[in-house]
Design a protein around this ligand. Structure first.
Ligand code: RI2
Length: 306
């Protein structure tokens, strides 16, 4: 939880692999490969939901096995990690440009949680001279809304801060909802911070458009094969203090960190490759994340043979 946001998590993972490769003190190839694979697995296991994390790790690790020698193996990891970090930053900048075009002068925008990609669209529109006003939710239990309102305040965007349960009370003041994504499935469902599906449902009922800002590496290739996104459930102590919980022995706190918003509640997903209807998620997976599918097919064939 020290690193917030699925994009930042992905870049941090790429940086960690790069630094691990740089600082590796051994000289033989086998130990290096083993150390890198171990680090990759460990990184992937830190957060189960944000698919940007395994996507980034795979992108950095791809080609390691084909490197002719130790020096090339190390150099390849460093090069691919730097390339991923740069392309991730470029992706957010491009999303800001594309997303800002869908924001009109005078729009009142609701955002939930703290998404670099979503905020980049809003701040991009503001910087281009459009008048925008934002409603930002608090985001219980970890209050990521505080990070959001600081960013908006620093950018000079007029912002209203509301508790999560006030969304429906204000929905008729809202022109557009913009949120980020931790994962996008092949059928266009968006996994994002808990409460996003309630926000989107409320928006749909009120006929307010919902835009999701998501880099292509947030799309989950393995959902094509029916793999489900794991929803991280975090400790109850984030919701109730241990002292209060101890006094309530019949009460169990449930604390899922994310939820799933179905495609029918989403009007558009803005990626760095362009804006798409959620139903076109498959095309993004096919065209930009094909490597993982090939890898998955390999595993599938092997499993079938045994
Ligand atoms: P960016 C965050 O979750 C929020 O759910 C946010 O909407 C999403 O990641 C995408 O954020 P967490 O990973 O990548 O911080 O757009 O738990 O910053």
């Amino acid at each position: 939880m020290e690193i917030r946001g699925a994009g930042r998590i992905a870049r941090a993972a790429a940086e960690a692999l790069r630094d691990h490769a740089r600082e590796f003190s051994g000289l033989d190839r086998e130990t290096f490969d083993h150390a890198m694979h171990e680090a990759a697995e460990r990184l992937i296991a830190t957060r189960p939901t944000a698919v940007s994390l395994p996507n980034a790790v795979h992108r950095v690790m791809a080609g390691l096995d084909d490197a002719p020698d130790f020096a090339a193996a190390r150099e390849g990891i460093i090069r691919r990690a730097d390339a991923f970090i740069e392309s991730s930053r470029d992706a957010v900048a491009r999303i800001a440009e594309i997303g800002a075009r869908h924001i009109h002068d005078g729009d009142v925008i609701l955002t939930h949680c703290n998404s670099e990609a979503a905020l980049s669209c809003i701040v991009g529109a503001h910087r281009s001279g459009k008048s925008v006003e934002v409603f930002a939710t608090e985001v219980r239990p970890r209050n990521q809304g505080l990070v959001t309102i600081r960013t908006l305040n620093d950018a000079g965007v007029k912002t209203n801060f509301i508790v999560d349960s006030a969304v429906r009370s204000f929905i008729h003041d809202i022109d557009l909802v913009i949120v980020g994504a931790d994962a996008v499935t092949v059928n266009g469902a968006v996994v994002n911070k808990i409460g996003t599906s309630m926000v989107a449902h409320t928006a749909k009922e009120a006929r307010v458009n919902v835009i999701v800002a998501a880099e292509t590496y947030k799309f989950a290739p393995r959902t094509i094969m029916g793999e489900l996104i794991t929803i991280e459930e975090r400790p109850g102590s984030e919701v109730l203090t241990d002292e209060i919980a101890r006094a309530l022995p019949h009460v169990t706190v449930r604390n899922p960190a994310f939820d799933v918003t179905p495609a029918e509640f989403i009007d558009m997903i803005v990626t760095e490759e362009g804006a798409i209807p959620p139903q076109m998620a498959y095309v993004i997976i096919r065209d930009y994340l094909g490597w993982d599918l090939k890898e998955f097919h390999k595993g599938f064939e092997l499993n079938n043979r045994t």
